[in-house]
Design a protein around this ligand. Sequence first.
Ligand code: 13P
Ligand code: SF4
Length: 330
Amino acid sequence: MEQWVIDRMLKEKGFIDEPVNEEIKLVEEINRLKREKNAIILSHFYVHGELQDIADCVGDSLGLAQAAAKTNAEIIVFVGVHFMAETAKIINPSKKVILPDLKTGCSLAESAPADKFAEFKTKYPDHKVITYINATAALKTMSDIVCTSANAKIVVDSFPPDQKLIFAPDKNLGNYINSITGREMVLWDGACAVHEQYSVEKIIKLLYEHRDAEFIAHPECEKPVLLLAKHIGSTTSMLNYVHESSHKKFIVATESGIFHQMKKACPDKIFIPAPSSDSTCACNDCSYMKLNSLKKLYTCLKYEQPEIILPEEIIEKASIPIKRMLEFSE
Ligand code: 13P
Ligand code: SF4
């Protein structure tokens, strides 16, 4: 039986203390464990602020994949969602990759089941496949190259103009890239639940009320929303934009976690979350990203669980398109 299971049983019976639960203690313990175990913490911009602050590297999907590729640490703790940790494991098969919660899925990755995609692909035998990184490892095994929202355009542009392409799984990003490159890529019909919920009518109303504000959006948003945006880009690109812009007020269409870095980088600026069609939900929160917590991070580092385990064959095949993207983006 593994030590962490024994520990939990002993704890339940009251034989050993509960793990420390105050935030400061947790931060101290996480930092101590990290040093002791030679671990690195990689956090995405969408997780809770305290999980961004404790990270060795905080970034967008591309930045974090690059950090995972460069690290000398023995353990990678991925505070984001499952496909990101999976990507880190594929790049580093000999390292231990752990994540605070195994249930951190992604609505976009889930919108493209591998068996259905394999069937779809057979209809387009002369097409190359570009897969957005928000996809399962199984989908990546069927791809020629992977991309993120930060490098999608340059990846697409790297193919000769007459090369037929499939773009999966995000139809909104695919549509956007088609519109700026003049391509007619075949798109898989997938989307992100968070980025699809913005209301064009409410955004227009908000822009009318805040005429001094600029509207910026992530390319996973639907076309009518993107048509209103002054700037469209990955989370890093949005962050750089608000930092460099002379504007003081922004309406932002992406997940709420990004506000933490925006406020840190520009304390004197105002950031307004873009409104959603449903006013009763916390729609700007990605429920998967928000499953991560300090306590889960602590437990994960302590017990080195849950761990990403992938069949060797998947690692081998999926690493080819991921490494192609990384070489491309150096
Ligand atoms: P970025 O690569 O821009 O960080 O986006 C990741 C993501 O999951 C968007 O929903
Ligand atoms: Fe996936 Fe959307 Fe969450 Fe990004 S915001 S991780 S695409 S569900």
